[in-house]
Design a protein around this ligand. Sequence first.
Ligand code: AMP
Ligand code: ZN
Length: 457
Amino acid sequence: MQRVQLKLYNSLSRKTEAFKPLKKGRVSIYSCGPTVYQYAHVGNLRAYLATDILRRVLEYDGLRVRHVMNITDVGHLTSDADTGEDKVEVAAKRTGRTAKEITKFYADQFVKDIRALNIELPVKFAWASRYIKEQIELVKRLEKKGYTYKTSDGIYFDTAKFKGYGKLGTSGLAGKRVSRVAHSREKKRATDFALWKLSGSKKRQQEWKSPWGVGYPGWHIECSAISTRELGQPFDIHTGGEDHILIHHNDEIAQSEAAYSKPLAHYWFHNAFMVVNKKKMAKSAGNFYTLSDLGKQGIEPIAFRYLAASSHYRQKLNFSKSALVGAQNSLNKLRVVFFQRKHRGRTSQVYRKRFLAAINSDLNMPKAIMVVWDLVKSKKPLADKQATLLNFDRVLGLGLEDYKPVTVPAKVKALVRERESAREAGDWEKADKLRAQIVRLGFAVKDMPSGSRIYGK
Ligand code: AMP
Ligand code: ZN
């Protein structure tokens, strides 16, 4: 098999680089995981899908991946500026449930969501609250090296002491972090951040003893402590959404590099936002949708996967009903190829070469998807098309292997007949509406010279 080398955009160098793992044939990846106080929205899920494509491409290229993801169950405050309350504690208070109940419930939901999206599970989900010892050790190390100072509400990292703070860029940082005067007169600089927060007079549900008093870890320290513990330092690739670049990831780099005098990760991989009418989809903005919202509209999780997997991870992805219906339609059409199952087909090397070139060019999935459709439309024997698509599906993850044609329910058949009559009468608007209804029920309809054909999920 021909060897290829992945070219990957690195947010650290701001260049597309040839990817070289630290250990031959192996790749270590750390992903900032969810904060488990709410359902994940499809914007969050886009981040995990982008990482899943990265991981699958590396595996397709023959590398062994060790992937670790944290679960933030403590310390993520409602503001990035070390003010506000812990998101989990707020949710607990609001619902009258315990912090443990909240985090367990939403972490379970998250795993269900990523399973439904056919995302390969990390080798480990590392819960922040189970790494308190490691986080305290890291803060102690930073303290010993003179990078910290104490205020009345916690231990802070002194960014002035770390040469080159802001390695991932600083533009826009001032606006993101409110001025120190606004929230804590004791904080020396707006960029300084909490490593350990003290509970003070407030009794919290999740708090631990530490050399500085009872409290809880700052949000950034968990990722540094967990990644170093599970993957070593440096490791290969750190992933997250682009909203984490300025603060969370700059801070992770500062504390880890200050502690160990070596890089935290060699490559930084950031996905662009999923947006709704040009605005970032966010829990706080209230413009978010979950997988179950999509399900109510007849869109399968895998159709959302198709949508996300066919866009480029560094381009904004617009959330729209028509894009989702389009993705569901395309997926249904792709499944048509497997309507009649053939065996002993051969992977087309011509198409595979094109596919390989696309995915290794900074995960150019729009191009890879074009190869998929060129193949589907080609004159290749059906058996070869199936074999080649199944090969590509190791990256696409659409579950084509498991696809089983289903019998078409009477309701769908009736809609198809009604649509045919509408078409015969030249009522295209009605025909389109009926098609949308059919798609919502999970079927695709294709107009052939001999009449309509229905394809199922
Ligand atoms: P959170 O649970 O808020 O920590 O976010 C989980 C992941 O989703 C992080 O990697 C975020 O950067 C990412 N993320 C949040 N909102 C979006 C969005 N609208 N589009 C893409 N990724 C997002
Ligand atoms: Zn993180």
